[in-house]
Design a protein around this ligand. Structure first.
Ligand code: GCW
Length: 718
């Protein structure tokens, strides 16, 4: 009997222990796991002592809650957070300019200068405590998350001094979420916005979403798809949105909507949506007023107009500026902005698609009102694994340009590929446009510092859904995280961001970091190698964009692959040089010269800008065809080595996420070979050259790959 009892206790205990250890990824990078090194943990405990967070605003409350949750977890003991000075107080958070303890006017001034979202964290010897201070409660919330990140990454806090403020004013997620809860290009389940149950049901997810975003400085969310539904602008939905806005507000997150340009017709019953018509102007004015009555801090509108079938001002022979300014005028009295997308192209226009956005928008520079952003994708085509930076960056000095990155992995492996996108974002941000001479990086263009624009910003197309871990692939969380960190500070490095994300999300164990960080850092180049090396682009399968489809032809030319790779018996690549489409002319002279010249052109963009003979001698000494094979084979080989590398971290992290990632890496390895074989066999028809015999030859014919047909791939309407 006794033995039975003992056994039962053991079983129960082990169940409780595994339960406690179980990780499903829901907590993201806010796990607040106990600091493993007990002496460091003691040091923290001693230093922090009692904690006070001043203020009674909703945000102050939220800071207290976060502090309590975090410190109890990290220090592995109950920690109470007070709202008034306590004895033995080692950490104090100030949520307004009214700082009881800070008498030093220099410090006060500094805090004022860091602005509403900035903060100062310092270890005051005089007061014998660490101070987190901002002139606003939101700044204090950001400072709190920074401080907690230091603890989560096990850093020293003795003597710290940190001054931070964001480089951009608008740091937004763009959800391509439909009202029926499907997510365009979403690979993590359905939309987290439960419109049906709003406004009365506030899902806990909204709060955790807000916490996660606030922790990386994201301050706005466009909740609806750019392929817009006018219904979201009706009173019924605005009431739902107001409830959501109330839930997100304490975390400094404003809500925005996509505005369907034809809404005055579709839901307003007007005969036209012509932006220069009085009735239409009045309709939008009234609509905006209604929104602000319900949501006093509504952020504004994001608009996709006259692109891919979306309505816009050109339907009425008006310009993009006419359309954007009409909305901007309505929003201006309330402080709202318009984000008008430059992702505009038309197959009826005979010019190279890569040139069309520039052709359309550059002449309008200076025509937009102050509260209009032009939101520009990082590259001139469409979120490809690698693109040169968009030529509009630097070309519209009078207009604030908002960066649009894609976080969701539409063209970078969808749900199954571990691809850390920070290096891709950085590559674009660090590109030199030469718009104001050497050093005029894209980052500087978008932070508005050259022209002193009032607004500046970055948008990321969200990869969030209802999956328990939010993003489907556990490592896709890193892309959400990296986007937020870079939107706050474009100077951070991919390496720094990966390091802090891994430590918070998995473990501070150096063995783990040393194995996994290099995997993350090389993953983007690896993916380019097995999908679209040497400047190839847009050669994925039709509609779902998940697998290879270099053979895609028929229908709209600019939606086919053959339009982009132009492979023939002579060579491969899109001639955008001065002998071709002249897309290079859209760049400033220093950049143009480099891209235009076959020899000077960076090889990673070679086939983006040039049609190159198959036997062209590359820098490696290989001919182009062999070099192409080399890239495809090395990318696929690297992907195939990843599962083994990952196996060496077994036991260093929780079993659940270890297994989850391992299975996905095995899929990625298979899919990399699929990409490699399909693309090389297809291009071989033109190159008429063998795949070098040193490589394992494809085991299936081209037709096999061409005949693969997939239904219900996530992210599209089937
Ligand atoms: O990348 C393409 C996608 C579309 C998307 C479009 C856009 C929302 O394939 O699904 O539509 O870009 O950015 O508007």
């Amino acid at each position: 009997m006794k033995i039975q009892k003992l056994l039962l206790t053991i079983v129960l205990l082990s169940f409780i222990l595994t339960k406690a250890d179980a990780e499903n990824g829901y907590d993201l990078w806010l796990r607040y796991a106990p600091v493993p090194d007990s002496s460091l943990c003691n040091d923290y405990s001693k230093k922090i002592g009692n904690v006070v967070v001043y203020g009674q605003t909703e945000t102050a409350l939220v800071i207290r809650e976060e502090m309590e949750k975090a410190l109890s977890g990290l220090l592995n003991k109950p920690v109470d957070i007070s709202d008034k000075e306590e004895t033995n107080c080692g950490l104090a958070v100030y949520t307004s300019v009214d700082f009881p303890d800070i008498n030093d006017s220099e410090e006060k001034m500094l805090i004022e200068n860091l602005g509403d979202e900035g903060y100062l964290i310092y270890d005051s010897k005089k007061l014998n405590k660490i101070i987190v201070a901002s002139k606003s409660d939101i700044g204090a919330l950001y400072g709190t998350f920074y401080f907690l990140r230091l603890l989560q990454t096990n850093q020293a806090i003795d003597g710290i001094r940190i001054e931070e403020k964001p480089k951009t004013t608008h740091r937004l997620l763009n959800h391509w979420d439909n009202l029926d809860r499907t997510v365009e290009r979403g690979y993590a389940g359905f939309s987290i916005w439960d419109w049906h149950k709003l406004p009365d049901f506030i899902d806990k997810r909204y709060i955790d979403y807000a916490r996660a975003n606030a922790s990386i400085g994201i301050n706005g969310t466009v909740v609806s798809n750019v392929n817009a539904n006018a219904l979201i602008l009706t009173t019924q939905y605005l009431n739902k949105l107001a409830a959501l806005a109330n839930a997100l507000r304490p975390y400094g997150i404003k809500v925005y909507l996509t505005a369907r340009f034809s809404a005055p017709v579709e839901t307003g019953g007007l005969p036209t949506a012509d932006p220069l018509t009085d009735d239409v102007i009045e309709w939008w004015n009234a609509k905006v007023k209604e929104i602000y009555t319900l949501i006093p801090d509504f952020g504004g509108f994001l608009v996709k107009a006259n692109s891919e079938g979306q309505p816009g001002p050109q339907n009425y022979n008006r310009t993009h500026a006419d359309g954007a300014n009409m909305l901007a005028k309505a929003l201006a009295p309330f402080g709202g902005v318009v984000m008008w997308r430059a992702f505009v192209y038309d197959h009826n226009v005979p010019d190279d698609r890569a040139k069309q956005a520039y052709n359309e928008f550059k002449p309008l520079d200076g025509d937009f009102l102050e509260n209009v952003f032009i939101q520009v994708k990082n590259g001139p085509i469409d979120f490809q694994p690698r693109e040169p930076f968009h030529p509009l960056f630097g070309a519209m000095p009078k207009t604030p340009l908002m960066m649009e990155f894609q976080i969701t992995q539409e063209y970078t492996g969808c749900a199954t590929h571990l691809v850390y996108l920070a290096p891709m974002y950085k590559e674009c941000l660090d590109s030199d446009t030469y718009s104001k001479g050497k050093g005029s990086t894209v980052a500087k263009v978008i932070d508005g510092s050259f022209e002193g624009h009032k607004y500046s910003g970055m948008a990321g197309v969200s990869n969030i859904g209802t999956d328990i871990n939010w993003t489907g692939h556990p490592f896709a969380q890193a892309n959400w995280y990296a986007f937020g960190r870079l939107a706050w500070n474009t100077d951070l490095t991919s390496e720094q961001i990966a390091d802090e994300w891994l430590r918070q999300t998995f473990t501070n164990d150096q063995n783990f970091i040393d194995i996994v960080k290099p995997i993350m850092l090389s993953s983007r180049e690896m993916m380019v190698d097995y999908m679209t090396p040497l400047g190839l682009h847009h050669i994925m399968a039709r509609n779902h964009h998940w697998g290879p489809g270099p053979w895609v032809t028929g229908g709209r030319p600019d939606w086919t692959s053959v339009y982009y790779h132009r492979a023939d018996t002579l060579g491969i690549g899109f001639d955008r040089s001065s002998t071709g489409s002249k897309a290079v002319d859209q760049y400033f002279p220093q950049v143009k010269e480099e891209f235009d010249n076959l020899v000077a052109c960076p090889e990673e963009l070679l086939l983006w800008f040039h049609h190159v003979p198959w036997d062209y001698k590359m820098r490696s000494g290989n001919i182009l065809w062999d070099e192409l094979c080399h890239h495809y084979y090395s990318g696929a080989a690297e992907a195939n080595a990843m599962p083994e590398k990952w196996k060496s971290v077994e036991g260093l992290i929780d079993e659940e996420r270890y297994e989850h990632v391992l299975q996905l890496l095995n899929i990625q390895a298979k899919e990399a070979v699929w990409w490699r074989n399909a693309c090389l066999l297809y291009f071989q028809q033109f190159s008429k050259r063998p795949i070098p015999t040193k490589y394992e030859q494809p085991d299936k014919p081209l037709e096999y790959y061409q005949n693969l047909n997939f239904r219900y791939v996530p992210g599209i309407k089937n």
